[in-house]
Design a protein around this ligand. Structure first.
Ligand code: CP
Length: 302
């Protein structure tokens, strides 16, 4: 593993190594044990061209826990605002010899483009609707933590599948790990290209939720679509919002996930999001740190 730009570029051994190293870090964090500062003196650059709360802060926390120094480059105060090109910006930042670049960008394939220009490892923190690989890795870690396995589970991914890089990475990773993946969405939020073999498609929650072990909800990404194609938030919630009644259609011990940020009252009801036993949403947030520590350590110290 030289970079982490997409699930497709990770081998089975890479995925095993990340999830196993993440478990070690999670155990150490939860026990309050000291963590070997394996990135002591290294420089990690966070380049976020799109907004983020969870991904940017958890990457920063992960790097700091491993002893690295973090540069949180800020697009708003950068010379991009003086019309410097993306390529010139990356070439410039690469001259400072970072040990890793973490990038989020709205352009399809931007992380791979950066990887072709720089010597250090590049980590995709989300590009367009294409991939968000570390979100999928932390989701897989969270599912395994909650259910003890991924193989054989039935996992529904619901809502805006078409514009969700989280859905794309999760479909790729969870099917590889042996889950039966379903997508539930109205036709206009289904991806244009055919779904990978084995992924089942449903256009109603009532039809798609029975038998599910995990129900993963998604935000409607209005910034990546023509919002006039969307029904009102209330109309969407009435048809596709996850309520307790709808969650009860899944298995009795089904768990709820959401990568965040949530739009409460649109794709998910408050009492589902805050359910103390069935919601894994804050566990997903917490697991972002050990999983991203594993990715940083394995890439920088390879
Ligand atoms: N899940 C996720 O990518 O959240 P942020 O946009 O807050 O980073």
């Amino acid at each position: 593993m030289k970079h982490c730009t997409g699930i497709q570029n990770l081998s089975d051994a890479d995925i095993d190594a990340i999830l196993s190293r993440a478990q070690t870090y999670a155990d150490q964090i939860n026990a309050g044990q000291p963590i070997t500062p394996s990135l002591n003196g290294r420089i990690v650059m966070n380049l976020f061209f799109e907004n983020s709360t969870r991904t940017r802060t958890s990457f920063e926390t992960a790097a700091l826990r491993l002893g690295a120094n973090v540069i949180n480059w800020d697009v708003e105060s950068s010379s991009i605002k003086k019309n410097e090109s993306f390529s010139d910006t990356i070439q410039t930042l690469a001259e400072y010899d970072p040990d890793a670049i973490i990038i989020r960008h709205s352009e399809y394939g931007a992380p791979d483009y950066v990887a072709s220009m720089v010597k250090c490892p590049v980590i995709n923190a989300g590009d367009s609707w294409r991939e968000h690989p570390t979100q999928a890795l932390l989701d897989a870690f969270t599912i395994r933590q909650a259910k003890g396995r991924i193989e054989g589970l039935t996992i529904a991914i619901c809502g805006d599948i078409a514009h969700s890089r989280v859905a794309a990475s999760n479909m790729a990773l969870l099917t590889r790990l042996g889950a039966k993946v379903r997508v539930i969405a109205p036709d206009f939020l289904m991806p244009e290209k055919p779904l990978a073999a084995g992924i089942e498609k449903f256009t109603s929650m009532d039809a798609g939720l029975p038998g599910c072990d995990i129900v993963m909800m998604l935000r409607n990404q209005k910034e990546r679509m023509d919002p006039s194609r969307m029904p009102s938030d209330i109309a969407f919630f009435n048809q596709y919002g996850l309520t307790i009644d709808r969650l009860d259609l899944a298995k009795p011990d089904a768990c709820v996930m959401h990568p965040g940020p949530m739009n409460r009252g649109v794709e998910i009801a408050d009492d589902v999001a805050d359910d103390p036993t069935r919601s894994l949403i804050l566990k997903q947030v917490r697991n972002g740190v050990p999983v991203r520590m594993a990715v940083l350590d394995l890439l920088i110290n390879r």
